[in-house]
Design a protein around this ligand. Structure first.
Ligand SMILES: [Mg+2]
Length: 380
């Protein structure tokens, strides 16, 4: 089998329910690897505002891949394109998408699901947590509570909300104290959701770099009655000393790491004991093999893994296979109640049941990619 072409397609995945779609731009970008045997491998490499750069990077890589046998080319592709201290985040995303597509093709060629090629599953269902950011028209406490109730009624055992100002509303990592109004609104959002879901459902919170280290301590203390399961990215991810100090102070787990690409960046986070839960994203770290390496390093530091995945069905499938084989896996993120046409991209082969995804049995990534549907929904 020989690779004949690499093609990308981008769809606009900002939910129609988003209050401010322009500020919250979310796209899903996919890369198809075509072969002379008619098999197509699929990967996901969305960078939202930087998709055009990823497309250029993939275009530049084409001549390396065309004519090569895709089966078992995953390590070679990473070595060739990422073994370079200057490799950018855009190149990491490009390689991530291609690497997933190579796993998909390799699995299809060998007629095995990717998790079998990774050593075999240690669980049969992948528990999801519902990220509610696309599920409400507003972020009012009552709307969030209603969305959380729907997710719980659908079987999710964990939900996630953003209680503080989001990057779309303020300068990212603004480094200024919260106003009293922002503190009160955050508590009110969390209180409403906790009341709606009851005591047994896990409540994750993503603080999205919105607070200072001092405010993080104060708010973590104030929010103790609501039994948060984790606090995610309260402030700048590279401030390991402050993260470590906060981690020692608070009761909930401290989660983060979604922004990182390079292995050494993860190692530094772990060495500095800055996290309880790491959230690598298969779209941004170099793909499936790279994720396994991050996970292995995390296990040495007793850090749990919860894959970052506000993604489409392809990165979700890759994350499902990774979650299936992981010993320190916690739960997989899922964009609850997002775009209504999500299923069309994979002909309904992404099965979500009772807040879990059962292990797929089809070869490769186990989904049926519909490139025509993606092109129909494409934003160019
Ligand atoms: Mg996050």
């Amino acid at each position: 089998m020989q690779i004949t072409d690499l093609q990308t397609v981008v769809v606009d995945a900002a939910s129609e329910f988003l209050a401010n779609p322009s500020a919250s731009k979310r796209t899903w970008m996919f890369v198809e690897i075509h072969t002379d045997e008619g098999l197509i491998g699929i990967g996901e490499c969305s960078q939202s505002r930087l998709d055009a750069g990823v497309a250029v990077a993939i275009d530049e890589m084409k001549s390396y891949f065309i004519g090569k046998n895709p089966v078992g080319l995953m390590h070679g592709a990473r070595q060739h394109w990422l073994n370079n201290p200057f490799a950018s985040r855009i190149r990491y995303a490009a390689v991530s998408g291609i690497e997933q597509a190579l796993w998909d093709l390799t699995g299809k060629a060998l007629d095995q699901p990717v998790y079998v090629l990774l050593g075999g599953a240690v669980r049969e269902d992948i528990p999801l947590y519902a990220n509610l950011s696309q599920a409400t028209q507003s972020r009012s406490p009552s709307d969030l509570a209603e969305a959380a109730s729907r997710a719980v009624a659908d079987g999710f055992q964990a939900v996630k909300i953003y209680p503080f100002p989001q990057p779309a509303e303020v300068t990212f990592g603004r480094g200024v104290a919260l106003t009293n109004q922002e503190r009160d609104l955050a508590e009110s959002r969390i209180q409403s959701v906790r009341e709606a879901i009851g005591p047994d459902i896990k409540l994750h919170t993503d603080w999205a770099w919105a607070v200072t280290p001092a405010d993080a301590k104060e708010m973590a203390h104030r929010l103790l009655p609501y039994d948060l399961f984790w606090i995610e990215e309260p402030f700048r991810e590279d401030d390991h000393a402050e993260l470590n100090a906060l981690r020692r102070f608070i009761q909930p787990r401290l989660a983060g790491g979604e922004q990182l690409s390079k292995l050494i960046s993860f190692r530094e986070l772990f060495e500095n004991r800055a996290l309880d839960v790491v959230m690598p994203d298969v779209k941004w770290i170099g793909g499936i093999s790279a994720f396994r390496e991050v996970e292995a390093i995390a296990s040495v530091y007793d850090v749990e893994v919860a894959p970052h995945n506000m993604s489409g069905p392809v990165a979700t499938a890759s994350s499902v296979h990774l979650s299936a084989v992981s010993n320190n896996f916690l739960s997989l993120e899922y964009g609850y109640a997002g775009v209504p046409w999500r299923d069309e991209l994979v002909n309904g082969t992404e099965i979500v049941e009772n807040g879990t995804i059962p292990l797929p049995t089809a070869p490769g990534l186990g989904i049926e990619w519909n490139g025509d549907a993606a092109r129909r929904l494409s934003v160019g």
